[in-house]
Design a protein around this ligand. Sequence first.
Ligand code: ATP
Length: 498
Amino acid sequence: MPKEETVNLALRRGLFYPAADVYANAPGGFWDFGPEGSKIRRNIIQLWRSELVEKEGFVEIHGAQILPEDVFKASGHLENFNDPIVQCRKCNSLNRADKLIADKIDDIVPESLATPELDKMIEEHKIECPKCKARDFNEVKKFNMMMRVDIGATGDQPCYLRPETCQSIFLDFKRLYQLHRGDLPLGISQAGASFRNEISPRNTLLRAREFGQMETEIFFNPDKIDEVPQWGEVKDYKINLMLLGKKAKGISCEEVAKKKIVSGKLVAYYIARVQQLYEKYNIPVEKMRFRELDKDEKAFYAKETWDFEVETDLGWIELMACNYRTDYDLAGHSKISKKDLMVNEGGKKFTPHVFELSAGIARTFYVALDLAFRKEKRGGEERIFLDFPARVSPYLVAVFPLVKKDGLFEKARELFEELNESSFSVFFDEKGSIGKRYARVDEIGVPYAVTFDYDSMNDKTVTLRDRNSMNQKRVKVKELSEILWKLSTQKLSFKDIK
Ligand code: ATP
C-alpha cells in the first residue's frame, strides 16, 4: 500500500502522530501513540512475549534506560556507533551519506565504508542535496549517535540513554544465570525504549530517534551450538534465507544445518521461530527474507548477521537483526568492570556466546499496519479496513446498541460488561449511525462487532458481524463468549457459525 495511505490512516485515527507537535520547534523523530495505537503496540509486544519469550522459556527483565559511560566504553559504542554524515555547503543541511547514495543507486551501501570511499561515490554518482539540489558537499564525517545525559547536581557523572536495550541484559547476565540455577542456554529478553541521535529521521516510525525494541540475548555454550532439544519441531520448516549474492529461497532448517549455512542449529532454530512469529502478525512468508550481511555491512560486534526484512511499497524494510555476537559483550564488560562474567559448566570455565534477536517495535507496527490495509468497493461505496489478526487488533469485539432509547443502551451495556469480565478486549459505542460505527471499528481493525437491537430484547440473540466479509449471523447471547473465544483462537471460522 502506498506510504501516504498508511500514514493518513494512522493520523486520521490517531494511531500515531508527531510528539509535542503543538510546538513548532519540536525535533523530528519522536512519536506518540494514541489510544488505539498504544493498544496495537502493546499487542505487538504481547504476541512477541507469548510466542518468542514465554514459549521458549526465556526470562524477561525491565532495565534502566540511562547507563554510565563505562558501559558504552566496554560495548564499543562510544568508539564505533557512528553514522557517516555529509553537509551541503549551500543550504547547510545534514544527511546520512550512505542513505543518500543508496537512494540514488537503488542498492545497499554499507554504512561502515571508509569516509573517502563515500566521498568518491558521492562524486561518481553525481549525488544532489535532497533539499536544495546543489552538488556541493563537505567531506563525509563520522557522527556518534549516542545521546548524552549528565546526572547529578554537578553533572559530573557522564551517562547515556541506551542506544539498544540489550546492554542491561549483558550487565544482568551473571545475576540471572545464578538465579536460573546456572543453566545454559539462557535467553534473557527485554522490550523497551532505545535512543539514537539519527541525522535524518524519516518515514515516520521507520527511522525515529526514540523507538521501541524487543530484544532477546540467548547465552549458550559455543561447544553446544548444535544441541537444540526442540529441533524436531522446526527441522522440516522452511526459512527464507537470502545468501550473499543470491536470491531469497525457502530452505528447510535441516538442510540449513547440514550444509552449515549458519554457525549451528541454534541459529537456524531461532530464525525459524522469528519467521513463525511474523506469520502470526499476518505477514505473508513470501514477503519475508533473512538477508545475510557481508563483513562491510555487519555491526562491529557481529560474527554472523541475518537481517530479517519485509517487503512493502517502500522496499525491503529491516525489522530485526539476528546477530551472532560471540563473547564480544560479556568479555568487554568483564574487561572494563573487572568482574568475572565467566561460567563453569562441567568443570570448564568459559565466557558464554550470544545469539541475539533484536526487533524494532515501531517498525513491526508500521509494517503490520501497512500490510493489513485494505480498500474495497462494496455496492458503489468505498470502504477501508485493517485486516489485523485478532491478537494484534486493538479490540476483539465492539458492542453497539442499535439505538440509545427503549432500554437498548442499558441492555447493550450489560452485555459489554459481561464480555469485558470474560477478559475480552471490548469497545462500546452508542454514538452516530450504525453504519458509521461499523466503519470506524473497521478502520482500526476490530475483527467483530455485536449489535443489540429490538429483537434482542425478546429472543436474547444479537447480530455478530465479521469485519472482513461484512457477513452477519444471529447468535444467542449466552453462546457469544464461547463463539468469540473460538473465533479469536482460530478454532472456528465465521462462516461455520451455526
Ligand atoms: P538501520 O540499518 O536501519 O539503521 P540498524 O541495523 O542500525 O538499523 P539495529 O541496531 O540492528 O538496527 O537495531 C535492531 C532493530 O531496531 C532494527 O532492525 C530496527 O527494527 C530497530 N531500529 C533501529 N534503528 C531504528 C530507528 N532509528 N527507528 C526505528 N527503529 C529502529
